[in-house]
Design a protein around this ligand. Structure first.
Ligand SMILES: [Zn+2]
Length: 261
C-alpha cells in the first residue's frame, strides 16, 4: 500500500480566549487551562485532533461518504462495516475498506492513527519584545455559574471559577500534525476540508470561548507529497481529492446518511 506524507501547520490568533479544561485544579480556580513547563498556555494536540475529527465526520456525512459513529467502540470501524454490510462500499486495496475514511485518518480502537498531533504552543506577537512578553499574565480567571440543563435555571452553590488563556493575549498559537496517509483514496482532501472548517477549539462553546480569527491571513495549510517534498493543497487538489473520496467510499443509499443529530 502506498502512502503519502501529510503535514498540517497552524498559526492561530484567537478572537476569544481558548479554554482546555484538562489542567489541574488550583487554589484559585476549579478548572484551569493546560500550561507548559514555562507556564504558557497550550492547546493539547489531542484536543485539536478531537475537534478536527468531528469536523471531518460532518463533512464526510454531507458528502454521503460512509463514516462510522463514535465514540462507542462497537459502532466504530471495523465493526461498523461488519454490522452494515449492505452499506459498505466496494472493497478497495488491502483491508482498508473495513475502515471508514475518518478512522483511516484519525484511528479507531483497532487502528492506530497515522497522524501525530503536536500541542499548539504560544509565542509572542512580533511587535512585542521578550521583556514585555515575560511580564504578561498569559492566563486570566473567569467566573461562571452552573446552570441546570433541564430547568435552565441557576443551580444553588454553583458559582465556579475557571482559568482560561488571557483575553486578547498578543500571541500566536503554533501547531503541527504530520504522518503518512494511505494514498489514492482522497483522505488528504477530507483532512484539508476539515482543517478549513474548524472555527474554534477547546471547551466553553456556549460561552463563546476559543474562536479562531479567520481574517488575519494566516490560514492553516495542509501539504502532501513525498516526505520533505510536500506541496500545499489548493482548491483544485481539494476538489479532485473529494471526488476521489466519494468514488471510493461514497454510498448513495446509506441508511445513516445525513446528519443524524
Ligand atoms: Zn470509522
Amino acid at each position: 500500500m502506498s502512502r503519502v506524507h501529510a503535514v498540517i501547520e497552524w498559526n492561530v490568533h484567537f478572537l476569544s480566549p481558548p479554554f482546555i479544561g484538562a489542567g489541574p485544579t488550583t487554589a484559585d480556580a476549579d478548572r484551569a487551562t493546560v500550561r507548559d513547563s514555562d507556564g504558557n498556555p497550550i492547546i493539547p494536540g489531542s484536543s485539536v485532533k478531537g475537534r478536527l475529527r468531528h469536523h471531518c465526520e460532518r463533512i464526510a456525512r454531507a458528502l454521503k461518504v460512509a463514516c462510522c459513529e463514535g465514540p462507542q467502540a462497537d459502532m466504530m470501524c471495523p465493526n461498523y462495516y461488519f454490522r452494515s454490510s449492505e452499506d459498505a462500499p466496494t472493497p478497495v486495496a488491502g483491508h482498508e475498506h473495513f475502515f471508514c475514511p475518518v478512522c483511516l485518518i484519525f484511528g479507531s480502537p483497532w487502528l492506530a492513527s497515522p497522524l501525530h498531533f503536536s500541542d499548539w504552543h504560544c509565542e509572542r506577537d512580533d511587535e512585542l519584545d521578550d521583556e514585555t512578553w515575560d511580564l504578561l499574565d498569559k492566563t486570566a480567571l473567569r467566573t461562571g455559574i452552573g446552570m441546570n440543563r433541564y430547568t435552565r435555571t441557576v443551580q444553588d452553590q454553583r458559582l465556579f471559577v475557571t482559568r482560561t488563556v488571557a483575553p486578547a493575549l498578543p500571541a500566536v498559537f503554533k501547531g503541527r500534525a504530520q504522518g503518512f496517509l494511505p494514498a489514492g483514496l482522497g483522505l488528504e482532501a477530507l483532512l484539508y476540508a476539515g482543517v478549513l472548517d474548524v472555527c474554534r477549539v477547546g471547551g466553553g462553546n456556549s460561552r463563546g470561548l476559543g474562536w479562531i480569527d479567520r481574517a488575519d491571513g494566516a490560514a492553516p495549510t495542509v501539504s502532501v507529497g513525498e516526505k520533505g517534498l510536500e506541496q500545499p493543497m489548493d482548491r483544485a487538489t481539494l476538489r479532485a481529492g473529494l471526488e476521489k473520496l466519494q468514488e471510493v467510499f461514497g454510498t448513495q443509499n446509506s441508511s445513516d446518511g445525513g446528519d443524524a443529530q
